[in-house]
Design a protein around this ligand. Structure first.
Ligand SMILES: N[C@@H](CCC(=O)N[C@@H](CS)C(=O)NCC(=O)O)C(=O)O
Length: 222
């Protein structure tokens, strides 16, 4: 059984999960694969302890163990899962369609998950009085000024690259963060409807902040 190593922690306002770990969890769920979740202690990630570095040379989550093999980086893991377990396909069948989907996935990763989202998400893991509200607002402002207007131009159909695909996976993590943050997205009609559509997928339950840890230990483990 595949083991997913990620960070998840319960708070009174919901279960918070690593955005990148959630990307991989969503793909495991979409593929209907059996997997077990192992929560890595956040302190071990921040301190880059040797046990973590032995699995992920950058000392980050997620990584997966598939039998004897370890694979790290959510995008790389998701591409691996999509190739190793072809059904349902999470990339278009034509080369140009695949390139477009991968470019949008990269936009989600580099433009949102590595840039504006941590400004909003990291503070939620700390007590309220320690949160840098100005930084959180900078993150929201980045989404409003740059990311949502771009999404409005891309969302001609229900999903970013035709059928639901790897391109949509980073945005499931965005939908998760904004569910906790409560940021108002209503000024961006297509984007707001898109986030609701993503939250309506069966796979979202495994990363939904209202799903407790005890109910998200992995498919086939309960
Ligand atoms: N490109 C990597 C990014 C992984 C990443 O930044 N993970 C965060 C948690 S969501 C982390 O472990 N951060 C700790 C650190 O950067 O030291 C991926 O897609 O997996």
């Amino acid at each position: 059984m595949i083991v997913l190593y990620t960070m998840e922690r319960e708070y009174p306002y919901g279960t918070l999960r690593s955005t990148n770990g959630s990307k991989t969890k969503a793909v495991l769920e979409e593929k209907g694969l059996d997997y077990r979740l192992e929560c890595v202690r956040p302190g071990n990630i921040w301190k880059k302890v040797p046990e973590v570095l032995a699995k992920h040379p950058l000392g980050k989550v997620p990584w997966i163990d598939d039998g004897e093999t370890t694979i790290y980086d959510s995008t790389v893991i998701n591409e691996y899962l999509n190739e190793a377990f072809p059904e349902p396909a999470l990339l278009p069948s034509d080369p140009l369609g695949r390139a477009r989907a991968r470019a949008l996935e990269n936009y989600g990763d580099e433009g949102v998950l590595s840039r504006y989202l941590p400004l909003i998400w990291m503070p939620w893991w700390s007590p309220e009085e320690q949160r840098d509200q100005d930084n959180m607002e900078k993150g929201r402002q980045g989404l409003r000024a740059e990311i949502f207007p771009f999404l409005e131009t891309q969302l001609e159909e229900d999903y970013l690259a035709g059928d639901f695909s790897l391109a949509d996976i980073p945005f499931m993590a965005v939908a998760m963060v904004l569910q906790v943050d409560g940021m108002d997205v209503s000024g961006f009609a297509k984007t707001a409807a898109y986030f609701e559509r993503l939250r309506g997928r069966d796979s979202y339950r495994a990363i939904d902040p209202t799903t407790p840890l005890s109910e998200s230990t992995g498919r086939g483990t309960q």
